[in-house]
Ligand binder design. Structure first.
Ligand code: NAD
Length: 259
């Protein structure tokens, strides 16, 4: 049976460990025949990411990428494009805010903390899109996706500056969809429900928040990394050929609820 992503290539940014949403996406893309390059943020995660990459059938390279470093964005995207012979899919699953800017009052966010959170969690999508664009144009189009959260639309106490960063991220998705659409490049976001990952553990009270949310979802359960990855497969594949500028909720229906 032909695989969904046969002959396609992808750059996956945001694998830290086996719980990472980006890792679930990489595994599913690999299983559907895509050839991949994974990135790691720094020496601290390099070993773990390389070990995970070794378990994939079609991972051709693992490259360093700190999204605050413009030179590294350029060199790593270029290395990925060389190793893959072009890039069809970019997965952006990156976020960071200082612990002191999460959990307290948003009004107390420092200017420095605000800039850091939006630089890493929002602007990085535009910076990466700019670098992958020529490699996607050369392939006749592509698909870019980013990971968001409902705190982009609603005030979620404690999520604070990360909610503002996700609002910016979803807006960036819409602007990029216009800029890149004429080249057949689609840009979308997946707004995932709570998943217990490393980044999620940085949100104070995440466990309680997740339990409350899960009790109020139409499906009355948590979501999994694999369910997010299934929607990522759809966005990566020709099945979503006319979907762009969109934020798709994968949250067991929580976004549809009132009080
Ligand atoms: P994770 O901790 O596994 O992934 C976050 C990644 O961001 C890590 O790989 C980390 O290395 C990377 N990162 C942070 N700063 C970076 C930098 N300067 N340069 C390069 N990489 C950097 O956690 P996750 O939950 O899988 O997060 C992936 C994405 O999913 C994030 O955008 C997150 O906001 C989003 N998301 C998560 C949840 C959840 O509940 N876990 C819900 C909705 C959206």
């Amino acid at each position: 049976m032909p695989q969904l992503l046969e002959g396609m290539t992808g750059l996956v940014v945001g694998v830290a460990n086996k719980r990472s949403i980006a890792w679930a996406i990489a595994r599913k893309m690999d299983a559907e025949g895509a050839r991949l390059v994974l990135t790691y943020q720094g020496e601290r995660t390099e070993g773990d990411v390389r070990k995970l990459a070794d378990t994939l059938a079609n991972c051709v390279a693992v490259v360093p990428l700190d999204v605050q470093d413009d030179a590294q964005i350029a060199s790593s995207v270029s290395a990925a494009a060389d190793a893959l012979g072009g890039i069809d899919v970019l997965v952006h699953a990156v976020a960071f805010a200082r612990p002191e800017d999460l959990g307290g009052r948003f009004v107390d966010t420092s200017r420095e903390g605000f800039h850091l959170a939006l630089d890493i969690s929002s602007f990085s999508l535009a910076a990466l899109a700019r670098e992958v664009e020529p490699h996607m144009v050369a392939r006749g189009g592509g698909s870019i996706m980013a990971l968001s959260y409902i705190a982009a639309d609603r005030a979620v106490p404690g999520y604070n500056v990360m909610g503002v960063a996700k609002s910016a991220l979803e807006s960036i998705v819409r602007y990029l969809s216009w800029d890149l659409g004429e080249h057949g490049i689609r840009v979308n976001a997946i707004s995932a429900g709570p998943v217990r990952t490393l980044a999620a553990r940085g949100i104070p009270g995440f466990g309680t928040m997740a339990d409350t949310i899960n009790a109020r979802t139409p499906l009355r359960r948590e979501i999994t990394q694999d369910e997010v990855a299934d929607t990522a497969l759809f966005l990566a594949s020709p099945l979503s050929a006319s979907v762009t500028g969109e934020t798709i909720f994968v949250d067991a229906g929580f976004h549809a609820m009132g009080l």
